[in-house]
Design a protein around this ligand. Structure first.
Ligand code: F58
Length: 831
């Protein structure tokens, strides 16, 4: 039976006021209303979670109007929409961010105070949506914030993992993983939209058929169907009406039961099919070498890409625009190669499902898609075994083979006789077992390819994608990363934000270059004192957290020397350990030695299967235990490992840092974004010439940055000449002493085997060249220690770091993408 035509329900005008008013009294009223009617709780029985939920709904009500208006506006006008495809969005908690962007933080605080509640406590209740591993996922979320703030029409597409990045616990110094049940108490921010679901095909076979007119076409007869359900979260810009959508797909079985199994009486087989389908969005893969060959991972990628592209095509048709103009309405950014299957899926949707000719479809595809690379590590470049790929996506393999055939034909005509080049440029790696190289597919299927910092882009052009650069240099450009000052300054460091606004006005919050106006204040003693007081307050706050969670008392007057990021050998957390051990040995040798007291703070997760990274975590805990047990040193050197480092913890950590450790081996960190978050909170950087460190140093000035280590070029030369770490070890008595002490079991209760893998690795291979950079790092840290004692000078450097950090706002990054890749423009939303 068809439903009757919908009646005209009139406009929302009359519904608006009660749920959207912004004053403290209105907020308090809505809060109590939501507690009762939405959360279904009486005041006397309410838990903290109930109170958090009531406040979240109160805030969401104030987003909805802008959100609906944004969508209506985009429909009505001739707009160009950015679609950001990313397997990860590490959003961080929403409540406080939304209060800030709505401009009602103070009012909400007052409203809660009037009810006898503390806003911060409620904010703390929110579970972290850990839908990302680290920098790449967090970048996607900073970009969503900036897109909305700049009024750029945009949709973020990804996966709503039921379990996000694992929770890290520490037992006896070892990392132990626990599942992240972030949805346990519900998620008030997302709306499920089952009516807007799409079906995704998997497996099966293809078949040719004649369409009667233009010849043969191909049809894909899948073995399995899965439904993608959208979960939409509004992403509001800062003090603007634009609320874009973050659409995360969750997988659902198409039928509750597989009826053929059910009818044959195999009840469990029927249920297993359902469970298998729904597994697709169950869990986020922790970055891990073991991802290779994991079919479920490829299923996840295809699942969210297919749903997203089907949605895009549906919008285009609903607007009655031709698919041949898809690239005029939409620009689709692939965040690394995880969504690279989009190249083949868009071709399939156009050619197979919409009967477009191949050449036109290829034109539309390549003009719609663009690709950002985030890694230079060869082992992190995605490739899929051809048999696995073909079994799961038989039609896509055919399409890729056809794309490749045409591509290689062109290569051969441009470089006759150069079969080596043909092999290097092929989408299919044929050097042994056959693989689909996803970075090649993404590059070929895009009109723009970018790296995320100047050095990284150069290295892409000269190494990783060199042959593609020679083929189509015009595709390549750099887009240095940025981070949002709303979350990483206003929210994380409210005292600093207040000081800045008092002196500069508020405009710096969406125009970060305005911080330059701080420069004249560097010699203002009152300002410098306020600056130091804020840092001290933030350090006290972190110290209190450390004491509460770990029972370790740290001195806020010591230097907070911080290294937080994923644990990886190339990031060289163990180089930091070598520094700490060097200081320890100095004190042991000379107990009277003058030394700047330091608190070394580490945080970061190791991939569950990455043994060396887990051993580094154990090493940090082991040296902490020995050093804290030694009365001679324990007041000068403190070591803290913060378990379960995530966005929430980052917000506590960056504002409290004196020193930011960015010590990767040059040429390996694509950009880094933590480096930016530290510097914009007034920490000084000790770092190598790697990733965005180089540009940060250029901006803040070489005098305000502690540089050490080999350059990327020197790394390459040294490797080519035959790097010998053991020779460095043998020539340096201090290095020898600490390495020997590790090998002798001094930090492992005499157990010589525990750290042997690490020691042997450094002596015999040292792929990340810790020994080569060791002396330079120690010398540099000695300069850091000296500088810190000159408080006035340190404060001056700290202020200059903030004053000159404007370039690293994600607003700048998004403006660059808009101007040079997306060719989009802002659309103001009127309410
Ligand atoms: C990071 N990549 C880069 N990958 O390492 C970092 O230099 C850069 O600043 C950042 O991207 C943003 O451009 C990164 O975080 C991942 O987490 C992958 C997720 C999927 C599995 C493999 C790792």
């Amino acid at each position: 039976m068809t439903a009757p035509a919908l009646p005209d329900l009139g406009s929302e005008g009359s519904l608006k006021t009660q749920r959207t008013a912004a004053g403290a009294d209105a907020l308090a009223h809505s809060f109590l209303d939501n507690l009762f009617f939405v959360q279904g709780r009486s005041r006397d029985r309410a838990t903290y979670n109930d109170l958090y939920m009531a406040l979240a709904h109160t805030v969401r009500d104030r987003l909805v109007e802008r959100w609906i208006q944004t969508v209506l506006n985009y429909r009505a006008q001739d707009v160009r929409v950015v679609c950001y495809l990313s397997a990860e969005f590490l959003t961080g908690p929403h409540l406080a961010n939304n209060l800030i962007n709505l401009g009602i933080y103070d009012e909400a605080e007052e409203a809660m105070r009037k009810l006898g509640l503390d806003l911060e406590t409620l904010i703390e209740q929110e579970a972290e949506p850990g839908l990302g591993n680290g920098g790449l996922g967090r970048l996607a979320s900073c970009f969503m914030d900036s897109l909305a703030t700049l009024d750029i029409p945009a949709i973020g597409y990804g996966i709503r993992y039921e379990y996000g990045i694992f929770d890290q616990e520490i037992r006896d110094g070892w990392q132990v993983e626990a599942t992240d049940k972030w949805l346990r108490l519900g998620n008030p921010w997302a709306l499920e939209r089952p009516e807007d679901a799409f079906e995704v095909k998997f497996g099966g076979r293809t078949e040719r058929y004649s369409d009667g007119s233009s010849g043969f076409r191909v049809r894909w007869i899948p073995e399995k169907l899965v439904r993608g359900i959208p979960n939409d979260t509004p992403i509001l810009g800062y003090r603007t009406n634009t609320a874009n959508t973050l659409r995360l797909w969750s997988a659902q079985a198409v039928e509750s039961f597989n009826f053929s199994s059910f009818n044959t009486g195999d009840f469990f087989a029927a249920v297993r099919d359902k469970v298998d389908s729904e597994n697709i969005s169950k869990i986020l893969y922790p970055n891990d070498e073991q991802i290779k060959g994991k079919q479920l991972r490829l299923e996840q990628q295809f699942f969210f890409v297919s749903c997203s592209l089907q949605h895009i095509v549906k919008i285009q048709k609903a607007q009655e625009r031709p698919l041949a103009d898809l690239h005029r309405t939409f620009t689709i950014q692939m965040n690394d190669t995880h969504p690279a299957i989009a190249v083949a899926e868009l071709m399939r949707l156009l050619v197979d499902e919409n009967q477009m000719e191949w050449d036109s479809a290829w034109h539309v595809t390549t003009h719609t898609l663009s690709y950002t690379n985030h890694t230079l590590l060869p082992e992190a470049l995605e490739k899929w075994p051809v048999p696995l790929f073909g079994a799961l996506l038989p039609r896509h393999l055919e399409i890729i083979e056809e794309i490749n055939r045409r591509h290689l034909e062109e290569v051969r005509s441009r470089f006759p006789g150069d079969e080596e080049r043909v092999h290097r440029l092929s989408i299919i790696d044929e050097s042994g077992e056959r693989y689909v190289r996803m970075a090649h597919l993404a590059t070929l299927g895009s009109h723009a390819v970018n790296g995320v910092a100047a050095l990284h882009t150069d290295l892409l052009k000269t190494h990783v994608l060199r042959d593609f650069y020679e083929l189509t240099p015009e595709k390549f450009s750099n887009k240095t990363n940025g981070v949002t000052p709303r979350r990483w300054m206003v929210l994380a460091n409210p005292r600093l934000a207040h000081l800045l606004s008092r002196r500069l006005g508020h405009s710096w919050i969406h125009d970060l270059e305005k911080l330059r106006k701080l420069e004249p204040l560097v010699d203002d003693q009152d300002f410098a004192r306020e600056w130091r007081n804020i840092k001290h307050h933030n350090k006290q706050r972190l110290a209190a957290y450390i004491y509460q969670t770990l029972g370790i008392a740290v001195d806020p007057d010591s230097m907070f020397d911080i290294l937080v990021k994923r644990i990886h050998e190339y990031k060289r957390q163990h180089l930091k350990v070598l520094h700490i051990l060097t200081l320890y040995k100095r004190i042991q040798r000379n107990p009277e030695i003058a030394m700047q007291p330091r608190t070394f703070i580490f945080g970061g997760k190791a991939a569950p299967g990455y043994h060396m990274a887990k051993l580094i975590i154990k090493l940090i805990h082991s040296i902490a235990a020995v050093i804290h047990g030694d009365p001679l040193v324990r007041d000068r050197l403190k070591i803290v490992f913060l378990p379960n480092y995530n966005v929430k913890l980052g917000q506590r950590v960056y504002p409290a840092a004196d020193l930011s450790e960015q010590i990767s081996l040059a040429g390996l960190e694509a950009s880094g974004t933590g480096n930016m978050k530290f510097a914009m909170n007034g920490a000084l950087t000790v770092g190598t010439l790697d990733g965005a460190n180089i540009e940060i140093r250029e901006e803040v000035g070489a005098d305000n940055f502690f540089l050490f280590g080999l350059t990327a070029q020197e790394v390459e030369q040294k490797k080519a000449a035959g790097y010998n770490p053991r020779a460095i070890y043998e020539a340096d008595p201090h290095l020898r002493e600490i390495v020997d002490s590790l090998a002798a079991g001094e930090f492992s209760h005499g157990d010589r085997s525990l750290f042997e893998p690490l020691v042997q690795n450094l002596l015999n291979d040292d792929r990340f060249m810790l020994f080569a950079d060791y002396q330079s790092y120690i010398d540099c840290q000695d300069r850091v220690g000296q500088s810190y004692r000159d408080t006035d000078h340190w404060t001056r450097m700290s202020i200059l770091n903030v004053a000159r950090i404007g370039k690293f706002s994600s607003d700048r990054a998004i403006r660059d993408y808009c101007a040079e890749i997306w060719k989009t423009w802002p659309v103001k939303i009127e309410i």
